[in-house]
Design a protein around this ligand. Structure first.
Ligand code: 9D3
Length: 265
């Protein structure tokens, strides 16, 4: 799969592409990640890619010309998703990552300054995406986040050990706690159940911990996921907050109430 990233700071991507799981995938030829300097598309002696906003105001706006040129020079087909990274975008999520991982090519445009000419988002990009409610200095770190999350869904990029299908967001829950040696660390002990050798009990414990952590920290995730018998069971065995017969989905108010009542399991 091929990524084309359009940026005015190509040097930011060096370390990101050279190391770790992504570096290995690039070396194996599973990913082809190309960085393009927007200034290569600029005209004139000053290689200008930004200008002052019409109507007045602070800062500079990326001009549409160089951005359109850059995208049109790299896109292989009209089907290629063209993603504008911007604070005004829709929130990036796992479904978008999975969708884009199924494409031959994805083009990413990194925003900067006070913004990008509106016609880029309107007529060139197929999606405008933000990675969260915090202000970055530019779209480059956001592009790295998107590439990383998309790449994980490309077959062969992630090994069995970190199996994509079993990952927490795929199941709609946060991960359960993990422990390793030593058994006692600075007075904190590893839960006994993990030494019981009873794999069914350990699985139930992990499931319940994952559910408890999710309800505590990310109740928004619980409302979205499909009902699973195992979770109704786990919930019922811990505090009877939910009866085994009560469907988990479609009742956000009920889930909210359960979350508020629950402090610990
Ligand atoms: C003055 C108003 N600001 C908009 C909130 C201007 C502005 C701030 C930061 C314009 C661009 C940026 C740079 N950020 C991104 O390009 C960006 C971003 C982000 O800041 N947060 C979360 N996701 C993203 S994706 C691209």
């Amino acid at each position: 799969m091929r990524f084309d990233i359009i940026t005015i700071f190509p040097e930011m991507f060096g370390g990101f592409l050279g190391a770790g799981i992504l570096g290995k995938a690039v070396a194996k030829g599973l990913l082809d990640i190309r960085i393009h300097d927007l200034r290569d598309q600029a005209e004139g002696r000053h290689r200008q890619v930004d200008d002052r906003p019409f109507g007045g105001g602070e800062g500079m706006v990326l001009m549409p010309g160089p951005v359109f040129q850059a995208v049109e020079a790299v896109r292989e087909s009209a089907e290629t998703p063209v993603i504008l990274l911007s604070p005004q975008g829709r929130l990036f999520n796992s479904e978008m990552a999975r969708d884009w991982a199924g494409r031959r090519q994805v083009v990413l445009i990194c925003g900067r300054y006070e913004g990008v000419d509106e016609r880029v988002g309107l007529r060139l990009a197929s999606a405008e995406v933000s990675i969260g409610d915090y202000v970055l200095t530019g779209g480059e770190p956001a592009a790295m986040v998107v590439v990383d999350a998309v790449a994980r869904f490309v077959p062969g990029v992630v090994g069995k050990a970190a199996s994509v299908a079993h990952d927490s967001f795929a199941e709609g829950l946060l991960d359960c706690p993990h422990y390793t040696r030593p058994r006692v660390f600075r007075g904190e002990v590893v839960p006994d159940v993990l030494f019981s050798g009873d794999h069914a009990r350990i699985e139930r414990w992990r499931r319940r911990q994952a559910l408890a952590k999710t309800l505590d920290r990310r109740p928004d995730l619980v409302g979205r996921r499909p009902p699973a018998a195992a979770d109704r069971c786990a919930a019922a065995t811990s505090r009877r907050l939910w009866r085994p017969s009560s469907p988990v989905i479609g009742r956000p108010a009920r889930i909210e109430a359960a979350c508020r009542r629950m402090t610990s399991w």
